[in-house]
Design a protein around this ligand. Sequence first.
Ligand SMILES: *Cc1c(COP(=O)(O)O)cnc(C)c1O
Length: 394
Amino acid sequence: MTISEAEPKLTTPTISQERVLLSTPDVGPLEEEYLLGAFRSGWIAPTGPDLRAFEDELAAKVGVRHAVGLASGTAALHLGLLGLGVQPGDRVVTSTMTFAATANAITYSGAIPVFVDCCSDGNLDPLILHQVLKESSRSGTLPTAIVPVDLLGRPADYGRILPIAAEFDVPVLIDAAESLGSMHEGVPVGSLGRCAAVSFNGNKIMTTSGGGALLTDDSRLAEYAAYLSSQAREPVAHYEHREIGFNYRLSNLLAAVGRAQLTRLESMIERRRQNRTRYADRLASHDGIAVFGAENTHWDNAWLTAILVDESLTGFTASRLGQWLASRGIETRPLWKPMHLQPVFRDAPMVGGQVAEDLFATGLTLPSGSTLSDAQLDRVIEAVDELLCGGPHL
Ligand SMILES: *Cc1c(COP(=O)(O)O)cnc(C)c1O
């Protein structure tokens, strides 16, 4: 008996055994070359020329004067808030429909997050924001900052949010962790507001393995964030400190990976937009399934494609569909569980919440990475078809 005969025979091709994942890092020979180049240059510990070049290239790409490379998007949010003068006991308004990092960063600064509901597009509701600012202005408890979030990469309604914030003179820090490359009326979202935080985590539109950046036109804010990110060290030889700092700087090696990714950002976005179009085209005829954000009026990076499931038409819930897809080796996720439903934030103030709760109950995020093949996308669509056709009664 030969060895190959002794091995168990696969009855199905290997491709159908592969798991289809939600959003995986899209890296290859170019990233390897940049990383190795930085390593061989000797700039390991921890800053260096690739970090400075990455910051300049990133700032140019988004159209801001400064980008400060940091260890994570969460660190960028934290330093952005401190730069806007957020103090312990202050209030910071944000959308309940977000990842915990937004609310965690607010909490690190000692402030209290004030959660507001989202609109049906999943982004901060400007009407509720206006109401909260009017009431808090009257009672003398105006928030120190507003943090809108661009859910799944889609820009929030800045055409309304920014004028409302200006009316009450409250600065806006954009959580653009999911929306690098997205445009609002032709302007990159990272350049709106007083500053914006982006993330280079492994599942985001581009990655440095882990990392983030604070983007701003404000030189004072950028300098302060850079200073706080390196233990608030005064520029003297003996390490003088007047403030509590953090160890939040992005490493030179990871910045080199980011430089390679930046050169490919447009093509990675293009692929994600194609994914969403393919899902929208192929799922359009399915009663009770709508591609979330397909009616988008702004140009976005289509970071993740989600669908909304109307159980009264499909006969199954989003969570049932998620389980079905998992049984077919396909990874999905619900939309973010709203912050006001999270045990850790249960005591935080909240205005509204039903829209976010409905999205959480009906939304499902589908595999959306820029490394997905057409065959993998088709596998997802066919698996959705199968459940809709009532084939399986599990
Ligand atoms: C990913 C993400 C963050 C945090 O970014 P990290 O780099 O993982 O710290 C913050 N806010 C939102 C909305 C995110 O999706």
